[in-house]
Design a protein around this ligand. Structure first.
Ligand code: HAM
Length: 529
């Protein structure tokens, strides 16, 4: 008998259970309705993609790519043996004084090199040019071990031997046997990949797409931050970068937030320039940061080299005063970017969209140009960004497509729904309409038939599968939150009239089948009290 154990959802993941799942459905459905009214259509990209796609679009140096991606190797069946041998070599415990372990390593290495001569294996391994480098080291390894075994065991022997084994294991571990795949940390890269792959640039007008689904980031879990979380995103791709497009995207976002009662929000907007003006600003920022390096924490110090803009994102209290004095991008935009940003602000005002400018809003992904924005909401603590987005002109080209402009956003559904829940501003969601309380086996067939008819007319119906005592039946109907109990006893079956009891106030009506259906249907449509 296997040991009894209970399983729990993996750290950073969670189950969305009823009644919350109904709230989620309503939230996603509302997004679909609003987005469709702006002529956006749905795209459903896969949840995993080649790792390289994310590395190139989001940027190697970003937190998302460098620390947070769930990446795995996909090993085809012809490479399974090589994969096993690679693992034996890479993780085998070897000590110079134990000839069994040393011989074992040597043997596995010989087997590994032999396996590499199999034609299909060789071809697959050659597909990764870097492998040639690791392999040239591995080819000499069996002889190196042989020499080590027979060489004189002086005082430094142990150290020399350990270093040799470590090097061999490192080389074997680096062999790449298949493309690495990553669970998507975001979906803009996938949408752009799909846009290029399906030649969508030839479609008329702007391509306006929305998506919803799970994303994966290996972050430290906390309130509002999960390792599997959900986004609803929208992207506009096409030839135009008119500020009206940015403004319409923001209008749609804010209309959606209003529709779902997410009103205690602040919209921040910024422009981070383009390839003409940003590099100069970043250099200026780097020079200024170098002057005050000692006053900054280790993360910001590191970012002076890797990505100075991200220093502006720092939340460390002691860095705030220092950052406030740094040069601002708004003073260093080129004429085109300045005009684009000014027009965007006019467009937002035209549409009555309230926003605040935030020169420190640089975002954590590398693909942005010009417009960036974020929405924060109340009731969430430190993870209070419910939406982020911006322009990414040039990303399509970076991924091998034709020159194309792009802008979009992604809403964090977990956080947005949490904020709605915390505000208490919850919608009335449909629940159980009718509980069918049938009594006595002869009434069962009538109950089954009626339940089916009620369901077909769009009502939610619970029909107990086993006979229940009358009192127990009504009790359960109450606990399940049913609005009505439909009472079917032998008298009702004989007379063809049924008792419908409204559970909120115990009001009872006797209705024929026809009247019953009509009454409940029209009541559901809200045309009766
Ligand atoms: P992002 O700012 O990385 O942007 O994510 C967007 C939103 O996803 C965040 O504002 C937050 O609400 C939510 N989110 C991110 N990480 C987590 C997490 N670990 N747990 C819960 N919620 C999270 C993007 O992903 C871009 N693709 C947005 C975009 C679309 N830009 C242009 N187009």
């Amino acid at each position: 008998m296997p040991e009894k154990r209970q399983f729990r959802a993996i750290k950073g993941t969670r189950d969305i259970l009823p009644p919350d799942s109904a709230l989620w459905n309503w939230f996603e459905h509302s997004a679909q309705e609003v987005f469709q009214s702006y002529n956006f259509n749905e795209i459903r990209p896969p949840v995993f993609e080649e790792s390289e796609l994310f590395a190139r679009s989001i940027g190697e140096e970003t937190d998302v790519v460098s620390k947070e991606m769930y990446t795995f190797e996909t090993i085809e069946p012809n490479l399974r043996r090589l994969n096993a041998l690679r693992t034996y070599v890479a993780i085998r415990g070897v000590t110079s004084t134990n000839p069994i372990t040393v011989d074992g390593l040597q043997q596995d290495l010989v087997e590994l090199l032999k396996e590499l001569e199999e034609p299909t294996v060789e071809d697959a391994v050659r597909a990764y040019p870097k492998n040639e480098f690791w392999l040239s080291g591995l080819r000499n390894a069996p002889q190196e071990i042989e020499m080590a075994k027979t060489s004189e065991r002086g005082p430094a022997y142990q150290e020399f031997f350990d270093a040799l084994v470590q090097r061999i294991q490192h080389l074997a571990g680096r062999l790449q046997l298949g493309p690495t795949t990553t669970l998507r940390p975001e979906a803009t890269a996938s949408v752009v990949r799909a846009y290029i792959e399906h030649g969508m640039h030839v479609l008329p007008g702007n391509v306006k797409l929305y998506y919803m689904g799970p994303m994966f980031r290996r972050e430290r879990p906390q309130k509002g931050r999960y390792r599997q979380f959900y986004q609803i995103g929208a992207e506009v791709l096409g030839q135009s970068d008119a500020p009206a497009i940015d403004a319409e995207v923001l209008e749609m976002l804010m209309v959606f937030f209003k529709r779902v009662g997410l009103t205690r929000t602040t919209l921040y907007v910024n422009s981070i320039g383009d390839k003409n003006c940003r590099p100069q600003y970043v250099e200026l920022l780097r020079q200024e940061l170098l002057k005050i390096k000692e006053q900054l924490g280790p993360d910001s110090q590191r970012r002076i080299e890797t990505n100075p803009l991200r220093v502006l994102d720092s939340k460390l209290p002691h860095e705030q005063e220092i950052i406030a004095k740094l040069p601002r991008i708004s003073d260093h935009l080129c004429a085109d970017c300045r005009e684009h940003f000014a027009k965007l602000k006019d467009e937002l005002k035209l549409r009555g969209i309230v926003f605040e400018e935030n020169w420190r809003l640089v975002r954590g992904l590398d693909y942005y140009t010009r417009t960036t924005f974020e929405v924060i909401a109340e009731g969430l603590g430190s993870q209070n960004a419910v939406c982020g987005g911006g322009r990414y002109d040039g990303l399509v080209e970076l991924l091998g497509g034709p020159p194309t402009k792009g802008i979009g956003f992604a809403i964090g559904s977990d956080r947005a729904i949490l904020s709605i829940q915390e505000s208490g501003n919850l919608p009335q969601l449909p629940g159980l309409d009718v509980f069918v309380a049938w009594m006595g086996l002869p009434t069962y067939a009538t109950a089954v038939g009626l339940a089916r008819k009620l369901r077909e007319s769009g009502l939610s119906v619970e029909l107990p599968g086993e006979e229940m005592k009358f009192k127990k039946s009504l009790n359960l109907a109450d606990k399940l939150g049913a609005r009505y109990a439909l009472i079917i006893g032998s008298d009702e079956v004989a007379s063809g009239t049924f008792t419908l009891k409204r559970l909120a106030d115990a009001d009872q009506k006797k209705l024929s089948e026809y009247e019953l259906l009509e009454y409940l249907e029209s009541e559901k449509r809200g045309t009766r009290g």
